[in-house]
Ligand binder design. Structure first.
Ligand code: UD1
Ligand code: CA
Length: 483
């Protein structure tokens, strides 16, 4: 979201060149996802919200992967390559080199701080302007500051940042931490970066030293202290990834609840950041909504549902099902135990019921596929009814073919429709049929062996069995009835 008082920063520099060895992954740490989006994409969204003249992403480690991803999600970003990685100060130097002698305000942020929002960055810039600072650092107070740089204040004013590894025992007790996110006056930043030295315990060029520098030359340095430490937390391993994912999901759900969605059990409900929900949607426990899923007004989802790229119509009801790349019409019903594969389109007030699998299937308005059916490569007309245990045999081992069932037709239970085959509007198929030929309008197709009963078979072939005894009894009773 843009914020008037923050509009017009010259550049945001997103540092994304560091490694992520603790993830133990072939994939760059920055490409690991939280709530359906890469860690880096959150940083880019927050940065973009400031509407900077330039967005610079400093890349280095796993460069090809990160660069390709940035190109895809933010093609407008300038990429600067930091090779080797000599510290955060060095990274910002490289980032500035990609710009032509910038003036104005430069915001620096990280690629691995996914809960930071654009609003918080806007607040940081607003504070920077209100206080007429040369540098403003985003800080928070945490219970355990281990690993972070500490904010050293004198008479309340920020004087410098000291890294954990360089801190004295007293300094280590400071609980106000450096988030690593700042706004700098461009000239101060450039001068400060030129002064950086590697005489510290890590032998790196520390960006944090620019704060001490600005203070020494008499420029005003301030802090923007926020009371939401989650927004300053980075991700270094998969344990932190899980913790931050959980918190991000909680925040996403709170947003939806405030927008009119009922969430019965936020702890077992996962809604990706890419999902769209309408008012009066109800999410029941163990619901996972991913990708470009959208749910229209009044629909109920769950328990036990996972939807990926699914469009759900108003008032639809889905229980215990998995669906991918499917469209479910208004007032339709799905589940329990249903598997909707890509290309399923269920019409308004239609039904895909228990133990049904669908794929590339267009099922019309009010049509029902209620029980134990495989419906693949099919078109089922409005108001048709597919009996229990029907199989749409779409594959002959070589090619896949389509089956059409016309409007308001009725397929008897346990039939197999061998594709390619067409059943017209208003036709019937008798239970247990194997349909290989076209069925015309108004016809009943019966395609099964005719029934024949062999009298006395049990007495002859199963003498002395309990079946024979039962038959005997039944026959005698029948005789009695007729007397
Ligand atoms: C840094 C800060 C510390 C702060 C902490 C917050 C410095 C010297 N210290 O510490 O005060 O509390 O962040 O998380 O700045 N990066 C590069 N190139 C480099 C080095 C780092 O792009 O050469 C990027 C990383 O990818 C990462 C960010 O900069 O996104 C921070 O690097 P990291 O090594 O995690 O910084 P810390 O040492 O934790
Ligand atoms: Ca470091």
């Amino acid at each position: 979201m843009s914020h008037d008082s923050s509009a017009g920063v010259t550049a945001v520099v997103v540092l994304a060149a560091g490694g992520g060895t603790r993830m133990k992954s072939k994939r760059s740490k920055l490409l690991h996802e939280l709530c359906g989006r890469s860690m880096l994409s959150y940083a880019i969204t927050a940065a973009t919200a400031l509407e900077p003249d330039h967005l610079v992403v400093v890349v280095g480690h796993e460069r090809e992967q990160v660069a390709a991803h940035v190109h895809e999600i933010a093609p407008y970003a300038v990429q600067a390559v930091q090779e080797p990685q000599l510290g955060t100060g060095h990274a910002v130097r490289i980032g500035l080199e990609a710009l032509d002698e910038p003036s104005g305000e430069i915001v620096v942020t990280y690629g691995d701080v996914p809960l930071l929002t654009g609003e918080t960055l806007a607040g940081l810039v607003a504070e920077h302007r209100a206080a007429a600072n040369a540098v403003t650092v985003l800080t928070s107070i945490v219970d355990s500051p281990v690993g972070y740089g500490r904010i050293v204040r004198e008479h309340g004013r920020v004087t410098r940042v000291v890294e954990e590894k360089d801190a004295t025992d007293d300094e280590r007790d400071i609980r106000e931490i450096n988030s690593g996110i700042y706004v700098f006056d461009a000239a101060t930043l450039r001068e400060g970066l030129a002064e950086l030295r590697t005489d510290n315990s890590q032998g790196e060029l520390y960006l944090t030293d620019v704060i001490g520098y600005a203070n020494r030359i008499g420029r005003t340095v301030g802090a923007h202290l926020i009371d939401d430490p989650w927004q300053t937390q980075g991700v270094n391993d998969r344990v932190q990834l899980a913790v931050l994912s959980k918190e991000l999901n909680r925040r996403i759900l709170i947003g939806w609840m405030q927008a009119g969605v009922t969430v019965l059990d936020p702890d077992s409900t996962w809604v990706a950041d890419t999902v769209d929900l309408a008012e009066d949607v109800t999410l029941l426990p163990n619901t996972i909504l991913r990708g470009a899923t959208s749910v229209a007004e009044g629909a109920t989802i769950g328990p036990d549902v996972m939807l990926t790229d699914v469009e759900v119509g108003a008032g639809a009801h889905l229980v215990k099902c998995h669906a991918t790349l499917s469209v479910i019409g208004d007032g339709a019903e799905v589940g329990p135990f249903s598997y909707l594969r890509p290309g399923t389109r269920l019409g308004a007030h239609g039904k895909i019921g228990a133990f049904v699998e669908t794929k590339n299937a267009v099922i019309g308005e009010g049509a029902k596929v209620p029980h134990l059916t495989y419906c693949g490569d099919a078109e089922v007309g409005d108001g048709a009814n597919i009996g229990a245990g029907t199989i749409f045999a779409n594959y002959d081992g070589v090619t896949k073919s389509r089956t059409t069932v016309g409007k308001s037709s009725f397929i008897g239970s346990n039939s197999v429709l061998v594709a390619p085959v067409t059943i017209a509007d208003g036709a019937y198929v008798a239970a247990g049929s194997a349909i290989t030929d076209e069925v015309g309008p108004g016809e009943l197709a019966i395609a099964r062996g005719r029934q024949r009963n062999i009298e006395g078979w049990v007495a002859k072939r199963r003498p002395g069995s309990k079946t024979e005894a039962a038959a005997d009894e039944a026959l005698r009773a029948k005789k009695g009835e007729h007397q």
